[in-house]
Every structure is written in C-alpha cells, then in structure tokens.
Design a binder for this molecule. Sequence first.
Ligand SMILES: C[S@@+](CC[C@H](N)C(=O)[O-])C[C@H]1O[C@@H](n2cnc3c(N)ncnc32)[C@H](O)[C@@H]1O
Length: 419
Amino acid sequence: MHSENREEVLFRDIVDLESTTYVTHGLYGYPAKFIPHVVRYAIENYTQEGDWIFDPFSGHGTVGIEATLTGRNAILWDLNPITKVLALASTYKGNIDPADFELDWDYKKPFHPNWERIDYWYPEEFYKVLSKAWGYWHYEIFQNASESEKVIAYIIAIPLLKVTRYFSFSDEKISKLYKSKYAIQKVEQLMKNNWFQKMEEMYWRNVYTVLKKLREYREYGPKDVELEIFTSEKRGNKLVVCDSLNQSLHREVKLLITSPPYLQSQEYIRSFKLELAWLGYSGQDIRTLTRHEIPYNKIKPVKINSDTFYALREKVVNLRHPKLLHLYDTYFRSLVQFFNTNHSKIEIIAIFVGPAKIRHLRIPIDEILKEHLESLGFSHEKTLVDTIVARRMFSTKFNPATGLEDERTPTEHLLIMRR
Ligand SMILES: C[S@@+](CC[C@H](N)C(=O)[O-])C[C@H]1O[C@@H](n2cnc3c(N)ncnc32)[C@H](O)[C@@H]1O
C-alpha cells in the first residue's frame, strides 16, 4: 500500500529553528499545534517570497507567524474565534507598553458571561473580581478600540485569559475543560490566603512574558506581508460562523499547509468554552460553533475516491459501533468536501497528520487523502515521516502485557501533493 517517495526525517533536525516556541509561537496553549519546523520546511521548499500560503484549520496561527517571518502572504481560516485573537496578537509588530495592560480590578460595571454554566467554574469571590476586570476589558478597552486597535485589546486579553483560566475549577494541565480533584484542591489552596494579590501578580508575570515574546518576534524582523484572517466572530450581536467546509478561496495560492483536526479530535470549541464565554460568546453561540466542528458536524454524503477508505470502512463496519462508523464517514467527507471545493485554486498541498486509530484499527489518513487528491489531478510529491512520536513513546513500543512489539509505532506524516 505504501508508495515510494517516503522519507524518514526529524523535522527538528532538518529545519534550523531555535525552539518549538520561539518568538510568539505558544503565546497561549493550543492543543495539537504543529511545530513551526514543519511549516518552515514547506515554506522554504515550495514557495518564494511574496507567494500566498493558506491554512484552512489554522488554530493558534502557526502558519501566520512563519509566513510573516519569511515574507509570504497568508490566508488563515478557523472555526474557533480565539484564532483571530491569537493570530493577530502573535504577528503584532508595533509598540506596546506595560502601561497599556493596566486594568481596573474594581471596575464599576462587571461583565457577566452569557453562559449558563459559568457559575460551575468559579467560587463566588474569584468570579466577582474577574467579572470586574473583564468589564474593564470589554467596556474600556475593546469597545473603544477602532478596528486597527483591536489587536491591542486582543494582546491584553491573553494574560487576562491565562489568569481567568487558572483561577477557575478547570484543570490547566488538561487542555479539555475539566473540573478535576486537583483543580478543586488548587482553588481551595488559593482561597486560603492573599488570592487577589496572587491573581494580580500572575497577571503581571504573564504580561511580561507576552511582552518578551513580542519583542523577540520583532527582533526576528517580520516582513510587511498581507494576512487575511477569517474566523468565527461576533459582529455586533450576530455570530458569523467560519466553517472551512462552506468557504471558497477567492484567490489562487501557491501552498496549502495545514494540520487538519484529528480523527478523534480534541473538541476545540468545548476546550475553549471558558475563554469564549469571557470574550463575549453566549452559550447559544458556543452550541452553534460546536455543531460545525469536524468530525462532530453534520455533512451530506460525498464520494471519496480512495480504495483504502472503502477497505478500511469495511473493517470499521465490522466493529458494529454505529457512532464510530459515523465519525469515520463524517471525518473523511468533511475533508474531501473542503478539497473538492478549493483544490483548483491551490498548486501544492501539504497536510500534516498524526497517528490515528479507531479502536485497534490504524487509519492512514494521509494515504486516503492522497488517493482522493490524485483523483482531483494532484500527484504525490513525497511523504515525510517524522519519527519523533515513536521516539517519545519508546517505552510503549513493546506491549508490556504481551511482551510483543506493537503492530506499528506511531509517526507523524507530512503528505505533499503537487498539481
Ligand atoms: C489540529 S488543529 C490546528 C492547529 C494548528 N495547525 C496550529 O498550529 O495551531 C485543527 C483546527 O481545526 C479547526 N476546525 C475544526 N472544524 C472546523 C471547521 N469546520 N472549519 C474550520 N475550522 C475547523 C479547530 O478549531 C482547530 O483549530
């Protein structure tokens, strides 16, 4: 089944970047972010300065940062409204001072998230102070900002979001929103003494981290390029949804570089509920967004031109688990629909996917997409196989229960297709 043109690599070795979180990468936690090395590799090998690159599932905005540093224009889409905050904040080239981050923690007009579950996540005392700080952010910073000043408001939101998350019953060690025993103990501990002082101190520590990262970014000399960022967003009272399955590119691009949602993906919108609620998204908005998230979305059947897809589907059918089958179908239909709509505007496609399994079945996402893209007129350039995950998980290479080698150690793949 596996074609030639496969190379084993370690992206961290073949691309020379300081670290995976250099400059503004990792400004805020984002699950399954791809490392900048992968993006840099694709940019350097397949594009020239001034070209347009595109990421339809852009998450934290890794592609935006790498595009600006290498002089490429970029189009970024994502369902998650937080992408706009992060992608704009992480590519900000202007000046910003510590003084810009001053908040009134006792602001007269508190902001109350319009989400019925908010009480569940905070003890009353913390909620009271946070709602005043967020009142100040919404009514004094965000609402007064012109379109071009909004980026400043987004940058200020980052340390505030970090504190808002830490001082909640959510377990910050788990990216999913989850009230764990540990998190409850953490809050109890915080309540014991001087919690407000700690809250303020933590805010300012995070402010200085953000400032340091922005300075590093400026020192790397980002170029003057165009960034078109389209994410779900509140415009006035209306929620505008960015579902990449329903959008068409309005210009030709040289390279698509993306890491799409995984098969049994993180539920991104669910993970970011607290952040979204404080940024002004209602419970209803959050439910609407959730319904668009791959692979939990609704989608009509589309033809998938891949024998591998159907061969594996048989096996998934044999699991006799309708929900898993539904997930499998929805996942591939979604990606295929996106490519059917947009492929004609793209010259090179680079897709980064991690290991995926349904029960014991390994699902070669890249192989299935490769076959479908071939039917759309693309040819396989190569697949780079990064063995880092396998190395990290070295201890699980042998199943401790059976002493047998696992059927395959996981790897991450960068599939490259050319028109
Ligand atoms: C693996 S993450 C991408 C991470 C990104 N490469 C980075 O470095 O941060 C997949 C993204 O797909 C987005 N997503 C899921 N369903 C979507 C849809 N229907 N339309 C647009 N984006 C979607 C999620 O919000 C998530 O940010």
